[in-house]
Design a protein around this ligand. Structure first.
Ligand code: NAP
Length: 486
């Protein structure tokens, strides 16, 4: 059986960040397990037309690895290039087992190690860094007759690049961030585009820009790149004030602009303006940045179905709506998001005293600093509960988590211990603090439903504060919040 000091699960930005930080600390005794036949995670998997990031690329990248971006908001292909550049630069391929799907983790109480069951072989390791990502299990609503459709069906997460869209009758189900990118990207190619929107999202102007040759030359200077990064970070961070404390600021700086964006993009289309205008507080669901979505809805070959006329049934040939409209289709695209809330990790994890993570999370997912759980020694979860952010780069939070993880591993080594475990008291105190802060945020009080919320009603995806506050907490390792196991 292969045995390592640390096993990293997943090779997306989280897994890469973990691996590179370990290498920088001189820790070589680790491997990465990746279930797919390629490395890179979300930005290599999500190759649907129009896929692009909605956080400025100089910030949505590793702080230690700048890149010569061609535009402010990189498209998926450039993100994939960046990902592969990072993976190759740090020689992470030689550390990785591809096609290795983790099926179960089990704590061995005598050996004080983890047993990792995969579909290939079993591994053993002292520490686990889980970076399987919160948005990796596509969600398919269970529509009546779903499996009877004889045409082509795929999820945005699993786009079939060989399907020829030209002249086809297509339905896109959903209106979130993925749908908002696919719809304008395919509307001119298909014969007919039917969008099934259950709830409209607030959409704002996307301030993208292609960098000129001269700007790219300037951005190659590290201090200029960092200046752009810092400026972007602080301007995005200021949004937390509105998300957390002020509906008034949300109205002035976001809602009014979004309403203007709708009216300007859909001039003379009062019918569409009514359909796309949300009735909940802006920011409650993730705000979409797009200059092309509304014009796509206004095209002659596109039709927007709303909550008033939803999907009643899927048949062999298409969709029948609740008003009895029969929509003939060649392709159904599920842009219906991810199973992201109550099952953050898709495989069972059995810790001390036969405790399952699933049981610990039976009310709602929770973790100290969104990273560690009592009864699960030496287990760290990157992008765990309440580490999400809607306003800035998720990579910033991942890098922050790594401070806490490396300090924890160091505490074990320095004290000649075998394991470290957060105390139940510390975890409970942290989680209570998170959810009392959450009460103030628009994600809790904005009168919407979203993937940020668990079935229990707790907002479990988001961190309710500034990311620099999170970073400060992650850097301030408190040994008293942990038990060392010798
Ligand atoms: P999502 O935001 O969860 O959207 C899912 C969509 O499917 C929603 O419109 C939802 O409607 C609809 N839906 C779900 N169940 C349905 C049902 N039974 N009947 C009808 N409609 C149903 O998923 P996503 O668009 O894939 O985005 C998920 C997250 O991924 C984003 O919030 C973002 O964090 C990330 N993302 C980022 C980017 C980017 O950086 N540019 C791009 C894509 C995704 P309701 O709203 O009514 O529930």
């Amino acid at each position: 059986m292969k045995s390592y000091k640390i096993i990293v699960i997943g090779s997306g930005f989280g897994g890469q960040c973990a691996a590179i930080n370990l290498l920088k600390k001189g820790i070589n005794d680790f491997c990465i397990l990746e279930r797919r036949n390629f490395m890179g995670g979300t930005w290599c998997q999500n190759s649907y037309p129009g896929a692009a990031v909605d956080v400025q690329s100089p910030l949505y990248s590793f702080s230690f690895e700048p890149y010569n971006w061609s535009q402010m908001f990189a498209a998926q292909d450039e993100l994939e290039e960046y990902t592969n550049f990072v993976i190759d630069k740090y020689k992470l391929r030689e550390k990785t087992f591809l096609n290795t799907n983790v099926e179960k983790l089990e704590w061995l109480k005598d050996e004080k190690k983890w047993l990792i069951h995969t579909d290939k072989e079993t591994f053993k390791s002292q520490f686990i860094i889980n970076s399987s990502g919160p948005l990796s299990t596509p969600f398919y609503p269970n529509f009546k007759g779903k499996d009877s459709f004889k045409g082509e069906t795929f999820h945005t997460n699993n786009w079939n690049p060989n399907f020829n869209l030209k002249g086809k009758k297509v339905a896109v189900i959903g209106s979130g961030a993925s749908a908002a990118q696919v719809i304008p990207a395919i509307v001119d190619e298909v014969k007919e585009l039917n969008v099934f929107q259950r709830t409209p999202h607030w959409v704002m102007h996307r301030p993208d820009k292609i960098f000129t040759k001269f700007q790219r030359k300037l951005l190659k200077r590290r201090w200029i790149y960092n200046l752009v990064r810092y400026y972007t970070y602080w301007s995005l961070e200021s949004r937390v004030i509105a998300f957390k404390y002020s509906d008034f600021l949300l109205k002035i700086f976001a809602k009014n602009k979004a309403v203007k964006h709708i009216n300007k993009s859909l001039k003379n289309r009062a019918d569409l303006i009514e359909k796309v205008t949300p009735d909940y507080t802006i920011g409650c669901k993730r705000i979409i940045l797009s200059n092309t979505l509304y014009p796509a809805f206004a095209k002659e070959n596109s039709h927007l179905f709303t909550r008033e006329e939803q999907i009643a049934e899927i048949t062999e040939t298409g969709i029948i709506t609740t008003k009895g409209t029969k929509v003939d289709l060649d392709l159904i695209v599920y842009a219906t998001g991810y199973d992201a809330t109550d099952s953050v990790i898709s495989y069972p994890i059995i810790g001390k005293n036969n405790m399952f993570v699933g049981s610990f999370w039976s009310e709602f997912p929770r973790a100290y600093l969104g990273t560690t759980l009592p009864n699960f020694p030496n287990l760290f979860i990157l992008t765990g509960p309440n580490t999400g952010i809607g306003h800035t780069s998720a990579i910033f939070v991942i890098e922050s988590q790594m401070h806490y993880i490396l300090d924890s591993i160091n505490a074990v080594d320095k004290n000649n211990a075998q394991a470290i475990e957060v105390t139940a008291r510390a975890e409970d105190k942290y989680t209570t603090f998170i959810h009392s802060e959450m009460e103030k945020t628009v994600w809790k009080r904005g009168n919407c439903t979203s993937w940020y919320q668990s079935k229990s009603g707790h907002v479990i995806a988001m961190f309710p504060g500034f990311t620099f506050t999170y970073l400060k907490m992650a850097k301030n390792f408190k040994i008293k919040d942990h038990n060392l196991i010798k």
